[in-house]
Ligand binder design. Structure first.
Ligand code: ATP
Length: 346
């Protein structure tokens, strides 16, 4: 099978399973973000793909060939880690040319390649500058250019943007995605920032406790989370207890949700509904009765917190245009459109 395949990959440190039986196929040319809370095993998995860490069990295959025993320097993977490890005493050009020099690429060719790479990362004319005089974002681009110098088979990045401020990080996310699309190089990025993953990835891999909880395109993860952990980790969501009324209809806090059924054989679980899908009405109807406890007006969006009883507070998000005047203290009816509800298990 073409692409990168992880087959039952496990890594233990003593009796702790940092990565636990991970199986995943990444097609050639895909942009993958591995996402999950701190300590879930993302970096360990990336390091095993890179050949910096040996799996305790399982195999790593490229285009059907087992590369598990192949040492890092023979894998032809480009890598960028959080600490960029640029050589501070060298110029931008010398840093980028470094892997080419090690490979014995001719001087002229090195110069041409450095120019092309600098154009690619939008730093034309920077070859002679000292690395020490660059901004954080510029250093990041140099590290990316250096990692791409040998046209790697796979491009691996561990939290590459985490040292940048929020605005620059968002701009670099778009840049990185566009660069990857231009080159078509299979890319795996480790991040704990779900917005970053949603911006860049074809495939988001959500990890928890060393295992893959869900691997799917970003919008599918958002719309159809596999479980409560994924629903809560990706974006914000409301999680409400749900049970069947015996006839298959879904009951949330004592109220039937029209049109929502629990999957066959499931008697209870949680309903996940995104704040932008929750509808509030001031006309008493069949929705869940609730009381508005707080309104956060952020200008572009308004978040309305509603106490629906049973110790549960829901958040509804609207734009100022969509919403009538609902203030704290208002009695409202909360409508959960069945098509926006996903029944998940913990
Ligand atoms: P973060 O987002 O904080 O970097 P992560 O998801 O990348 O976290 P890993 O760095 O892969 O997590 O670590 C997973 C678990 O394995 C952690 O509990 C970590 O303490 C443990 N671990 C990682 N490397 C080693 C090691 N060399 N020896 C022992 N334990 C380790």
């Amino acid at each position: 099978m073409s692409g990168l395949s992880l087959e039952n990959v496990t890594k233990t440190f003593g009796d702790f399973r940092a990565v636990d039986d991970v199986t995943l196929h990444i097609p050639n040319g895909a942009f993958v973000c591995m996402l999950g809370p701190s300590g879930c095993g993302k970096t360990t998995l990336l390091r095993m793909i890179a050949g910096l860490e040996e799996p305790t069990a399982g195999a790593i295959m490229i285009d059907g060939k087992d590369i598990t025993p192949v040492p890092t320097h023979k894998r032809n993977f480009g890598m960028v880690f959080q600490s960029l490890a640029l050589f501070p005493h060298l110029t931008v050009g010398e840093n980028i040319a470094y892997p080419l020099r090690i490979r014995g690429v001719a001087q002229d060719e090195q110069r041409k390649r450095v120019e092309d790479l600098l154009a690619l990362v939008q730093l034309p004319g920077y070859a002679g500058r000292p690395v020490s005089k660059l901004s954080g974002g510029q250093r990041q681009r140099v590290a990316i250019a250096r990692a791409l110098a040998l046209s790697p088979r796979l491009f691996l990045l561990d939290e590459p943007l985490s040292a940048l401020d929020a605005k620059l990080r968002e701009a670099m996310q778009v840049e990185l995605r566009q660069l990857q699309q231009k080159l078509g190089v299979t890319t795996i990025v480790v991040t704990h920032d779900q917005r970053e993953a949603m911006t860049m990835a074809d495939l988001v891999v959500v990890m928890g406790n060393g295992r893959i909880r869900q691997a799917a395109p970003p919008i599918e993860i958002y719309r159809r989370p596999a479980d409560a952990f994924v629903a809560d980790f990706i974006g914000s969501t409301n999680l409400l207890p749900v049970e069947t009324d015996g006839g298959g209809r879904a009951v949330v806090l004592g109220h039937v949700v029209p049109g929502l059924a629990l999957p066959a054989g499931v008697t209870k679980g949680l309903v996940s509904i995104r704040p932008e899908d929750v509808q509030l009405s001031q006309v008493a109807d069949s929705g869940l009765p609730g009381r508005v406890t707080f309104v956060r007006d952020l200008g572009g969006t308004i978040e309305t917190f509603v106490d629906v009883g049973g110790g549960t507070t829901l958040v509804a998000v609207t734009t100022p245009r969509q919403r009538g005047d609902i203030a704290a203290g208002a009695e409202v009816s909360v409508i959960l459109p069945a098509e926006s509800c996903v029944v998940v298990q913990e």
